[in-house]
Write a protein that binds this ligand. Structure first.
Ligand SMILES: [Mg+2]
Length: 383
């Protein structure tokens, strides 16, 4: 049909006439760009270091910065933004991400809408590097959403009023500091408490002495005995805890399945889960999964994992690392479909180059900006 019309235009001499007028010439060349004949995707990346507002302490170390990689994917004058966040304990770094991203050659693709093919290619460049892969994925999703003029929650058909509240993490500390942190967390409706040490009950009692907000707990594989874990969960259930994340080591699969079967609270896989095959492994072992862009290679796979978990009747939590509003806003596009959100990573840093999703009255609140929903980019910070 197209061809017939083209032949008609040609044979009737109309095509030459159309090209001769300047306004329609612009239209014509724009069309060629859209078809990908003239335009290539330009990919670039830059190491960046997030400054944390407070020193972040986990069992084995403390740190005050997080290395990230900021990416840009430009096509036809439009820029998509992406990010890799790489907390050191996960094994990626500025060095590994630079090595990986240097290999990304998108010149073989003419059309950014070939999302599946492009990201299959990126995934195949090397085996691991999930955060580096996510930085390409997020930039591509931002670009494609901008080309469509819509945020991804709309493209996916979600109702943005259905987003959950986010939890806000209270780290392990002395009772006085914990009480102060709970006070500072006043804007958040759900508090996430890190457990898995000898002082677990004391930690909960300290928090309960100053607030009756719903709590969720993350044990980070800290409980090794299933009977002890069940006793703890029963005790926590009586104190207003709503779910338990990764209570036991990820390798104790049988124990974990037993615990989930007997637990009055939902259990969530975090360390036990990275990508799509892990969702299937988690089914029957945990009640739900914690999806993180930096573990699962980005929005494409996160979206598939969410749909798979839902179809298996599992709950979904959206989690994050310390990261900028770029990756947080990207993940938030899925929030209307999630049971729980743990998207506080951008609130912990003092040099966020982006603005996007906001927490309003404790709730994940999406913008209507296209792509991943960024409303502001501080060019001075990312130059
Ligand atoms: Mg966790």
């Amino acid at each position: 049909m197209k061809q017939n019309r083209r032949n008609f235009l040609k044979s009737s001499g109309l095509l030459a006439g159309v090209i001769a007028t300047s306004s329609t010439t612009d239209l014509f060349s724009k069309n060629i760009n859209f078809m990908g004949k003239d335009t290539k995707m330009k990919f670039s990346f830059k190491p960046y270091t997030l400054e944390l507002k407070h020193v972040f302490t986990i069992a084995t170390s403390s740190r005050s910065t997080t290395p990230v990689m900021l990416t840009q994917l430009e096509y036809d004058g439009i820029i998509g933004y992406g990010e890799a966040s790489m907390p050191p304990y996960l094994g990626e770094s500025h060095k590994t991400a630079t090595e990986f991203l240097s290999k990304v050659d998108l010149s073989q693709f003419n059309d950014p809408f070939e999302v599946e093919d492009i990201l299959d290619y990126v995934d195949g460049i090397a085996e691991k590097n999930p955060a580096a892969k996510a930085s390409v994925d997020i930039a591509l999703y931002d670009l494609v959403g901008k080309l469509l003029g819509k945020p991804w929650y709309k493209i996916w058909g979600y109702d943005k009023s259905k987003t959950p509240n986010t939890s806000f993490t209270i780290g392990i500390d002395t009772p006085e500091v914990v009480k102060q942190k709970v006070k500072e967390a006043a804007p958040y409706k759900i508090l996430k408490i890190k457990l898995g040490r000898d002082s677990d009950k004391q930690m909960i009692e300290t928090i309960r002495s100053v607030t009756d907000k719903p709590l969720v707990v993350d044990v980070n594989q800290g409980w090794k005995d299933k009977h002890f874990a069940l006793d703890m969960i029963n005790w926590l259930n009586e104190r207003g805890v709503k779910f338990v994340e990764q209570p036991m080591p990820k390798t104790q699969i049988e124990d974990m399945a037993w615990l989930t079967e007997h637990s009055p609270l939902p259990t969530f896989a975090d360390e036990a889960l990275q990508r799509i095959p892990d969702v299937i492994k988690a089914h029957g072992v945990y009640s739900g999964i914690n999806i993180k862009l930096m573990k699962c290679t980005g929005m494409r796979e996160a979206h598939k994992m969410l749909n798979l978990a839902k179809s298996l009747n599992m709950q979904v939590m959206l989690g994050c690392m310390t990261e900028t509003s770029c990756a947080i806003s990207a993940m938030s596009q899925l929030a209307p479909m999630a049971n729980w959100a743990d998207l506080d990573g951008n609130l912990l840093i003092s040099n966020d180059p982006f603005e996007g999703m906001l927490i309003v009255d404790g709730k994940v609140t999406l913008t209507d900006a296209p792509g991943i929903g960024l409303t502001k980019v501080n060019e001075n910070l990312i130059k």
